[in-house]
Design a protein. Structure first.
Length: 273
């Protein structure tokens, strides 16, 4: 679906606020994953502000599009964006990772807007395939999106799912790779290179496009191209920066799964771009 194109200046303000929230949530919890959350901010905002059909007051609405968060550890950004677009109140974000809270460290179906529990990497794309194929069999106009990490792509199960999607010509699925170049233990390129990534997806029968994953216009255009793509699955390879916006977190694997302490939070909020 195409909504009216949102004003980019106001979306940039939303992105800034979401980044502030990610930093505050992880600081308050004393744990969490800021790096791969800060990299996925514009991707998720684009889906909710521009592309997806959903009703935040009725998250299981039959006419909705689906989003599967395969990199299920990036809850700070996912919860912050869901609260921004009305799925629950922003005050709940302060319960992140607390005992008894719905907002646990990995995404869970108890949270409005979350379709599937993830955290064990490599599962989301297969589940997304199932949802997309099911919608096609029911002749529903449902789009299915799946957010993947680049480190996550080293799991072989993703490539089985990639084969499945093209074999069944699942053209209502759009995978989005948050290609932030850094995984838990260091640079993806050194640990197990994905390159040539677009060609790999294409050789598995997908249409692949590459964008700057922090540029709303480029992401919108890719999402529009997905709408036009027929008979094959679609992947957006979004080039991003892990820890985007905070200079001492950018490209630094130390911030994959570590929360800023009070002093670091102060520094990060002052530094935030
Ligand atoms: C099957 C599995 N193996 C290992 C982990 C531990 N783990 C959590 S996040 C992560 C790194 C993922 O890297 P990437 O996909 O690049 O995530 P991002 O940088 O976007 O946060 C790993 C190895 C896991 N959650 N699941």
């Amino acid at each position: 679906m195409n909504k009216n194109k949102p004003d980019i200046t106001s979306l940039k303000k939303v992105a800034f606020q979401i980044r502030e929230t990610i930093l505050k949530m992880t600081n308050k919890a004393g744990s969490g994953h800021p790096g791969g959350s800060l990299s996925a901010v514009e991707i998720l905002i684009s889906l909710y502000a521009y592309k997806m059909k959903y009703d935040p007051k009725n998250p299981k609405w039959e006419g909705r599009d689906f989003l599967f968060i395969s990199k299920g550890h990036t809850t700070p950004v996912v919860y912050a964006v869901l609260a921004q677009y009305g799925f629950f109140g922003k005050e709940e974000l302060s319960t992140f990772r607390q005992l008894g809270s719905r907002l646990q460290g990995h995404v869970h179906q108890k949270v409005p807007g979350i379709e599937f529990n993830t955290g064990s990497l490599g599962h989301g794309l297969s589940v997304a395939n199932g949802a997309a194929l099911g919608a096609k069999l029911l002749k529903k106009d449902t789009k299915v999106f799946c957010l993947l990490g680049d480190g996550e792509l080293q799991e072989g199960s993703n490539w089985e799912a990639a084969m499945t999607a093209s074999h069944f010509k699942i053209d209502n699925i759009c995978a989005i790779v948050d290609y932030n170049k850094v995984q838990e233990n260091g640079p993806v390129e050194q640990i197990k290179s994905l390159e040539p990534l677009a060609k790999k997806w294409e050789s598995f029968g997908w249409k692949a496009v590459e964008v700057d994953g922090h540029n709303f216009d480029e992401i919108f255009k890719a999402l529009d191209d997905f709408d036009k793509c027929k008979d094959k699955p679609f992947v957006i390879i979004a080039h991003t920066i892990k820890g985007k916006g905070v200079s001492f977190m950018e490209g630094n694997r130390d911030w994959h799964g570590k929360a800023p302490n009070n002093e670091q939070l102060d520094k990060a909020l002052k530094d935030l771009k």
